[in-house]
Design a protein around this ligand. Structure first.
Ligand code: SF4
Length: 217
């Protein structure tokens, strides 16, 4: 028989909050994360320069889907939203260098990105678990790249139409798409991230990374 659910009121009084955070941390590791940390809202770095990079040089996913600029939240909105939370789970997934360092990265026929899909799933799973534990505002942010590349590379984004996003609860904004700076956040928790671009070859880096965040309450 499934475990009885708590009411929202039972969770929002905070008694189980620390225990629940530990549970989500363990869940991230069980789901395959290489590391995860409990962080405070003050550890979520938000910077206008992150979104500026969506505009220039213009990202190929700009204005192609519901979760990227100019359709995502403004940096100012992100600041106000994050400020309403206390704690979140910051997640690290290392992926093989070949997954990130490939000139065909944006070509779904030639290149697969299972690590990116895995991070979207981890974030959605922890977000959902927190909701059912009684945290109504649990809110996830995936790593890169845009949901268009991961879920809908060959079809138009239905999220920009009256139909709404075809992936429903499986997809969230990315951290960088709303102005969060995962690279500086990684430095604060002791994770190393390597710059990877079209000129990078797999033998130049030990691994690539996907990073995600779930704000709990
Ligand atoms: S329909 Fe596809 S591209 Fe559009 S928001 Fe949803 S997952 Fe992203």
């Amino acid at each position: 028989m499934p475990e009885a659910q708590r009411s929202f009121q039972d969770s929002l009084n905070g008694e189980k909050f620390d225990e629940d955070l530990q549970k989500y941390l363990a869940m991230a590791l069980d789901l395959g994360a290489d590391d995860a940390k409990i962080i405070g809202k003050e550890d979520v770095i938000i910077d206008e320069r992150i979104v500026a990079r969506c505009f220039s040089p213009r990202c190929s996913y700009y204005d192609t889907n519901l979760h990227c600029p100019p359709h995502s939240w403004s940096v100012e909105e992100t600041r106000r939203i994050v400020d309403r939370y206390q704690k979140g789970i910051f997640i690290l997934l290392k992926v093989p260098p070949e997954e990130m360092a490939d000139p065909d990265y944006d070509n779904p026929d030639k290149h697969k990105i299972p690590g990116a899909m895995k991070m979207y799933k981890m974030v959605a799973t922890i977000q959902s678990a927190a909701f059912y534990d009684g945290y109504p505002f649990a809110l996830g942010f995936a790593g890169g790249p845009a949901c268009k590349r991961v879920f809908c590379p060959k079809v138009e984004c239905s999220g920009l139409t009256q139909k709404g996003c075809r992936m429903g609860q499986k997809v969230n904004f990315t951290m960088h798409g709303v102005g969060m700076d995962p690279i500086t956040m990684a430095s604060k928790v002791g994770w190393k991230v390597y710059p990877i671009g079209k000129k990078t070859t797999p033998d130049q880096i030990p691994y690539g990374v996907e990073m995600g965040l779930v704000l709990i309450q």
